[in-house]
Design a protein around this ligand. Sequence first.
Ligand code: 5AD
Ligand code: SF4
Length: 458
Amino acid sequence: MTATPDAKPLKGLFIRTYGCQMNVYDSERIRDVLKPLGYAPVEAPEGADLVVINTCHIREKATEKVYSELGKLKQMKLASGGKMTIAVAGCVAQAEGAEIIRRQPAVDLVLGPQAYHKLPEMIARASRAVGDRLETGFDTVEKFDALPKTREPDGPAAFVSVQEGCDKFCTFCVVPYTRGAEISRNVDDIVSEIRDLASKGVREVTLLGQNVNAFHGPAPRLEGGADWTLGQLVRHIARIGGIERIRYTTSHPRDMDDDLIAAHGDTPAMMPFLHLPVQSGSDRILKAMNRGHTADQYRDIIDRVRKARPDIAIASDFIVGFPGESDADFEATMQLVRDIGFAVAYSFKYSSRPGTPAAEMHGHLSEAVKDERLQALQSLLRDQQTAFNQAQIGKTLPVLVTGKGRNPGQMHGRSPYLQALHFDGTEALINTLVDVKIVSASLNSITGEHVRAREPAA
Ligand code: 5AD
Ligand code: SF4
């Protein structure tokens, strides 16, 4: 056991994170919440005092992984003589609640995404074997208020949650049930979190929300206090000293308003990358999904975004094999992909989720059909991704250096288009912005030569 300068004993904390960037952010905040209690992160679950599994419920596979992981942890807990505390957090915890403890009694605590600020209290109760081991309330505002006001960033890029939950109720999706109704944080809190991060060297922030462009948080009191849109928030954050790059994810086509689109063109800190899930290119399927837009409306949004920022990288999510999807519907998705040209995309086989309307629909497709369609779509998307990466060869791009690469003398960073990038350079460049000339590209990364350091933008 190690000791802090004031000789408080440290307890080992291991957090395993599944799922989306919101969970990555939540895991960071769980770490912050537990720090004052003497918990310090460790690299492996073996021997940890507290293991938190931050779970994802979006597809069946993600959920099943949780139970196999818990089986392994149970063995470790036995080996530790019962010393290890096991907590299940996140969306599976929210959806399945006490069922988790019934299925795996080695689990000590279950807490949903809006309850992790209560973790210290729950740990104390568990150690005295009194009170509730389950917290799955929905008070997002209380959570944000209760979280520590300062954070220790991991590097020059940080996630900042600005909005949570979803009221869109796409018929395939569990998020409205696990993350609850849509709520936005207030602008003052967001700005003070970002100022704190900037003072600790953060240069790039990614604003997070399940429906981030539905953001409608109360403005600073000095500005009148009425709700702001994401476009207004972005322009405001761009003025915070030290913040040179702003991203946001994930957005919904229905909330892509004119001001946000304009901000892509007129706000230099706004990075040329837009993750705008479309899910399908067939109007019939989009309707059955309750997406609230057509394929042509999506094309039109992308046209307008590209007018504002011609070099923007467009990313998306797709679901193949939604109930009732015909060959013609799938072909409409392939055509939309050909029409738009994506820089990167995530594609999934439809996974039936209990409690969602689509689970009850007719026309569920066989795994074989879903597999075939997924392969065809992914092959097209891979070609587009490779082409997008290769189109950067010969250009000089501003790169935020995030750490060391895999090979000696190699550094790693992110291009404006969110591509993973490697170049030969020294460790002194880490956490800075540099210009890199791109010399080669593959499906998943691009490689370049360091040209020069960049002065921070005025
Ligand atoms: N089956 C398959 N994919 C899903 N997604 C959400 N729900 C499901 C489901 N039931 C995908 C969507 C979403 C991404 C986060 O996960 O594409 O945008
Ligand atoms: Fe799920 Fe649709 Fe909400 Fe996205 S917009 S979180 S896919 S319900």
